[in-house]
Design a protein around this ligand. Sequence first.
Ligand SMILES: [Zn+2]
Length: 389
Amino acid sequence: MLAALLVLATLPQTNLMETVPPEALRATVEKLASFQTRNTLSPTLVEAAEWLAAEFRKIPGMQVELMKYVAPKGQRIPEEREVLQVVATLPGKTDRRIVVGGHLDSLNIGVDPATGRAPGANDDASGVALALECARAMAGRQWENTLVFVGFTGEEQGLIGSRALAERARKEGWNIEAVLSNDTVGSSGNKAGQKDEKRVRVFSDEFDPTPASDARPAHSSRELARFVEFVSRGKVPGFGIKLVLRADRFGRGGDHTPFAQNGFDAIRFIEVHEEYSRQHTADDLPEHMDWNYLANVTRTNLAALTALADAGPRPTNVRIARDQGHDTKLTWRATPGVRYVVYHRDTASPVWEKSIEVGPVAEFTVAGINKDDHFFAVGAVGGVPVLAR
Ligand SMILES: [Zn+2]
């Protein structure tokens, strides 16, 4: 029994490649693209949401909600109306939550939103399939933290569903540690012949609307992005994250943004070379997608998720001792029993260069690394680190 539990506990990390079969992702994307449209204003969106909810309900331990929210009258919404989105929760031992999602709705500009064909295979059945596969892979054991898998809707009408969930989370006091939004993650190349099968872009904003205090640890979507890059590095053979130090692409939006605006750390995954001419058309079809690529993006999410899912709370008051010296002393306010990791990087490097597990302590001296030339951070094992100041 103990041996079996041990195998389960380490499954996602050791078997990342086997855990995510490209055929399963393909089956989900093909099913979702087979609905005439998943436009937020269409009756078939409800069918797609019910299908997705039923898939989540098949996963042991999953609590599935068809969340209703009101989409206000707006540019792409002629009348105020009630809309559904799918929120599937795998309860952990704590109320700290990690959110992974994609948007279930699709768009074809220029056709009747209720009936016009909008397959939305890459944008964004790819992200929904990824979230479902992550849910299947993470089920089967209880994690420290609560995992929330979301099929957002109203994305194409102005991020309405993600805003509804982010605002609800803030009002209900959800303790969200990380939001991984995946939108358009299923193709490695475009018609111009540009191709990158080896990387996925991660966009993040540095903006944090709620400053840190003694009570509240520092939050930063940028630090989440940097951590996800670091913790997934080398986990998926031949594949990794290309950080983009921007909130999103020019003139475009994503479901991470309302969460960031509500004070949660939120980042966006997207393929490197988009094919703009297929987006929001009847030609966003499964036949243009690269299933191995989508599987590698999913595995990269899982590498981050397995770390975040077992992380303790963030340290507060992470400080660098100001006195001169060749070594750098860091101090922080620790939670008893939580083990910590110290990270450092050259000030000119965008990514963490090294991490040191330091145990259940509240201070550590990094020998031979000069504080004037480096950034430092401290995090709970598996958690988003807090920049030392
Ligand atoms: Zn999208």
